[in-house]
Unconditional design. Structure first.
Length: 200
């Protein structure tokens, strides 16, 4: 039996006048599901994405200080993976997901700060494993870098414009370090990927 879990978002405000600890707002539910990912833009607006067991992908936009979603969208169904939200500059947002069951990388686009979203577009013909790292913007212009693990640790870059939708080339980094994968850009055109092999 599948159990439903609720993705919760707690608004945190910081006192600007006193150097005291941050104060938490009242938590509220944005929807049912799991694996939420959060992005906060320069205006303090929270952008949240998550998925449920259907599987569907959801998006919620919460203005600074609000106690609910100003925009709530159910984006698609029948896609297995964890969605990540990425800021593309200006009012452009992306939701990126490595669909490990479908062996593909998918992207949704919004040009109006999350009010409307495109259908999912395949941008790469590789979906990696079940444990995905947060995608990185770059290191090349117009590209996202992905890393995932389980059953093996792999990394790949995919063009945002979909021009590599039929490509499946990737770097296989490890056959044994297959958990807790994370990635970061080095600032000189490269990236570092780390993973856990469960032997400490």
């Amino acid at each position: 039996m599948l159990m439903r879990r609720r993705a919760l978002l707690a608004i945190v405000t910081t006192a600007l006048l006193a150097p005291a600890a941050a104060q938490a707002g009242v938590p509220f539910t944005v929807g049912e599901g799991a694996s939420p990912h959060l992005l906060v833009d320069g205006a303090g607006t929270a952008h949240v994405t998550w998925s449920d067991e259907t599987p569907r992908v959801f998006y919620c936009r919460v203005p600074r200080g609000a106690a609910g979603c100003a925009v709530l969208r159910a984006l698609s169904s029948d896609i297995g993976g964890r969605p990540f939200i990425v800021h593309g500059g200006g009012g452009t947002l992306y939701i990126a997901m490595n669909d490990y069951s479908g062996r593909r990388t998918l992207l949704w686009r919004s040009a109006d700060n999350g009010a409307n979203w495109s259908p999912p577009q395949q941008i790469y013909a590789w979906g990696g494993g079940t444990d995905a790292a947060e995608p990185l913007v770059g290191p090349q212009a117009g590209q996202l870098t992905f890393a995932s693990s389980n059953p093996q640790t792999t990394a790949w870059g995919a063009a945002l414009d979909g021009s590599e939708s039929g490509t499946d080339a990737r770097a296989t980094l490890s056959e044994s370090a297959v958990h807790d994968v994370r990635a970061a850009l080095t600032g000189d055109g490269g990236a570092i990927v780390v993973a856990n092999d469960l032997t400490n």
